[in-house]
Ligand binder design. Structure first.
Ligand SMILES: [Zn+2]
Length: 150
């Protein structure tokens, strides 16, 4: 019975059927994400979108240190934490995409070597050639080439 009710709430929206209140950002230092709420201070995920849960997280973990921030100073602090969080997310996404590309390129090149009937030791030669090529044409991609495993 309880699991059926929970499942129905999860289907209604990403926050368990509840709506994120934008004033919680100022009151409790939280940021709305697609399927959850993230604390901007400790980056912990708050799964249930209820004022009680958000308030409890802030009160038990951060109120002592962050209640001193009032008015514009509080808003500035939130903006700073939000910028830091979004920058970290951007770096992680870029790294994951770069790693995915390196893996995909590794497989494609290994397949090309296998189809040519050449020994796999030519992979090192190809990798060195790619490094030289990237150093001249696109220096930003040199790190991706170094991630290749051939
Ligand atoms: Zn927190």
């Amino acid at each position: 019975m309880a699991s059926a009710k929970r499942r129905r709430c999860d289907i209604e929206s990403g926050h368990g059927g509840r709506v994120f209140n934008p004033s919680w950002t100022t009151d409790y230092f939280v940021h709305e994400q697609i399927i959850s709420i993230r604390c901007l201070i400790c980056l912990e995920k708050i799964a249930v979108c209820k004022k009680y849960n958000v308030n409890r997280h802030y009160t038990t973990k951060h109120a002592v240190s962050y209640d001193k921030f009032k008015g514009q100073f509080r808003i500035d602090k939130i903006e700073l934490l939000k910028k830091t969080f979004l920058a970290q997310q951007s770096v992680m996404k870029t790294k994951v995409i770069s790693f995915y590309s390196a893996t995909k390129i590794s497989f494609l090149m290994a397949e090309a070597i296998a189809k040519s009937g050449k020994p796999f030791c030519t992979g090192d030669l190809l990798k060195n050639c790619l490094k030289i090529f990237c150093k001249e044409i696109c220096p930003k991609k040199t790190l991706t080439v170094e991630d290749l495993s051939l």
